[in-house]
Design a protein around this ligand. Structure first.
Ligand code: ADP
Length: 378
C-alpha cells in the first residue's frame, strides 16, 4: 500500500485527469451540434440579406458586417454552450470522485475516533480494523497496541484488588474471631490467645510488606546498581542468612561452582534477594535431612544458576503458575507457614529486570525441584 502523501497526490491527479477527460468528451459530443446550429444561423442571415436588397449598392457592406457579427455570435454561443456543459459535467465528476477519495481517508479516522471514545468510556476491549500499511494503518496499529496495554493494566488492577482483598480477609477474619471469643468470654484471656492474635497481625504485616515490595518491583520503581559480582560471595551471604533455618531442619547447603565461572553482571542486593527467595523456598519445601545444591555454569554470555533441592517437588500442573502473584500450591499450608505466594513473583521480576530468565523444573511430587535462572556474565 502506498503512503498517504502519494495517495492524496494520486487522488488529485485522478480528479484532474477525469475532469479534463470529461471536458474533452463533452466538447467532442456537443461541438458538432453547436457547429450545426451556428451554420443554420449563418444561413438564415445570408438568406435574409439576399432577400432584402440583392442588387442595391452600399447594401453589400451592411450585409458583410451583419454576416461577420452573426458568425462571431454563433461561434461565441457555441463555445459557451460546449464549455458550460462540459464544465458542469467535469465539476460533478470531480465532486463525486473527491467525496469517494476523502471518504477512504476519513473513514479509518472516524473509526479510530469512535474507538477512542469507547475506550475513554472504559471499554478497553475496543479495537480498530487495520487495513494496508500506510500511515493510517500504522496509526491504527499503535492505537490498538495502546488499547491492549490499557486493557491489560485494567485487568491486572482488578485482579490485584481482588487478590489483595482475598489475602487480607483470612488473617482479619481470624483476628476478629479471637477478639469476639475474648469479648464473649468463650476464649480465655490467656497468653496463648494473645500470642495467636499477635501471630495473625504479624502475618498481615508481612503480607503488606510483601505487597509493597511486589508493587515496587512490578512498577520497576527501583534502580539496579549493576556491577560485576562473584556468585561465590553471594552464596556465602545466602548461606549465612539461612543458617538457622537450615540447621533447624538439618539440611545441607552445598555450593558447586566451576573455577572458571565469570562474575555475574548485576545488582548485588537484588541478586542476594533472588537467591535467598529460592534457597528459602527450597529449605521450606525440603524435609529434614535433605540437601540443597547451588550450581552454576557459563552459557552464551550469561551465567546459568540453579538451586536444586531433594524436597517435596512440584506437580506438573502447578509448574506453569508458581511464578504468578499469590499462587501457592498448598494454600492453607503455605499460609500457615507465612507464605503469601509473592516470593517467586518478585524473583521473576528481578531476574527479568537484569535481562535474564527464570524457570522451574521438577520430575514430580516427592522428587525434588530445581529452580534455574540466567544473569548476564560480566
Ligand atoms: P510462598 O511465599 O508461598 O512460598 P512463592 O512465590 O515463593 O510463595 O512460591 C509459590 C509456590 O511455589 C509455593 O506456595 C510453593 O508451593 C511452590 N514452591 C516454591 N518453591 C518450591 C520448592 N523449592 N519446592 C516445592 N515447591 C515450591
Amino acid at each position: 500500500m502506498t503512503s498517504i502523501r502519494t495517495r492524496i497526490l494520486l487522488s488529485y491527479l485522478a480528479v484532474l485527469g477525469v475532469s479534463m477527460g470529461i471536458v474533452l468528451l463533452f466538447v467532442w459530443l456537443t461541438a458538432p451540434a453547436a457547429y450545426a446550429r451556428h451554420l443554420q444561423n449563418l444561413q438564415a442571415v445570408e438568406e435574409t440579406g439576399t432577400a432584402h436588397n440583392p442588387s442595391e449598392a452600399g447594401q453589400g457592406q451592411g450585409y458583410g458586417a451583419q454576416r461577420g457579427q452573426a458568425q462571431y455570435v454563433g461561434f461565441r454561443d457555441g463555445l459557451y454552450e460546449v464549455l458550460g456543459l462540459s464544465t458542469l459535467a467535469a465539476t460533478l465528476a470531480a465532486l463525486a470522485l473527491s467525496i469517494l477519495f476523502s471518504r477512504r481517508i476519513i473513514s479509518p479516522l472516524q473509526n479510530m475516533m469512535q474507538a477512542s471514545e469507547r475506550i475513554a468510556a472504559g471499554h478497553y476491549e475496543k479495537r480498530v480494523k487495520v487495513g494496508g500499511r500506510d500511515e493510517l494503518a500504522q496509526l491504527a496499529d499503535s492505537f490498538n497496541r495502546m488499547a491492549q496495554t490499557l486493557d491489560q493494566t485494567e485487568t491486572m488492577r482488578r485482579r490485584l484488588i481482588g487478590d489483595v482483598s482475598h489475602e487480607l480477609r483470612t488473617p482479619l477474619t481470624t483476628i476478629k474471631g479471637f477478639a469476639e471469643g475474648l469479648m464473649d468470654g468463650v476464649l480465655p484471656a490467656s497468653q496463648e490467645t494473645y500470642a495467636e492474635i499477635y501471630k495473625e497481625a504479624d502475618r498481615l504485616t508481612r503480607l503488606v510488606e510483601d505487597l509493597q515490595e511486589v508493587s515496587r518491583v512490578e512498577a520497576q520503581a527501583y534502580r539496579l546498581e549493576i556491577a560485576p559480582v562473584e556468585l561465590n560471595a553471594l552464596a556465602e551471604t545466602v548461606a549465612k542468612r539461612l543458617r538457622l533455618a537450615l540447621e533447624e531442619k538439618n539440611i545441607t547447603f552445598s555450593v558447586k561452582l566451576p573455577a572458571s565461572l565469570p562474575p555475574l553482571l548485576g545488582d548485588e542486593d537484588r541478586l542476594i534477594q533472588i537467591l535467598t527467595n529460592l534457597a528459602a523456598n527450597a529449605c521450606q519445601h525440603t524435609p529434614s535431612g535433605g540437601n540443597i545444591t547451588l550450581a552454576a555454569r557459563p552459557e552464551n554470555g550469561s551465567v546459568h544458576v540453579s538451586i536444586q533441592d531433594t524436597g517435596e517437588g512440584i506437580a506438573p500442573e502447578h509448574l506453569p503458575h508458581i511464578f504468578d502473584r499469590f499462587y501457592r500450591v498448598d494454600k492453607s499450608r503455605s499460609r500457615q507457614s507465612g507464605g503469601s505466594g509473592i516470593g517467586l513473583t518478585i524473583a521473576r521480576h528481578l531476574v527479568e529486570a537484569h535481562g535474564g530468565r527464570i524457570w522451574a523444573e521438577s520430575p514430580g511430587l516427592g522428587y525434588g525441584s530445581t529452580f534455574h535462572f540466567t544473569i548476564p556474565a560480566a
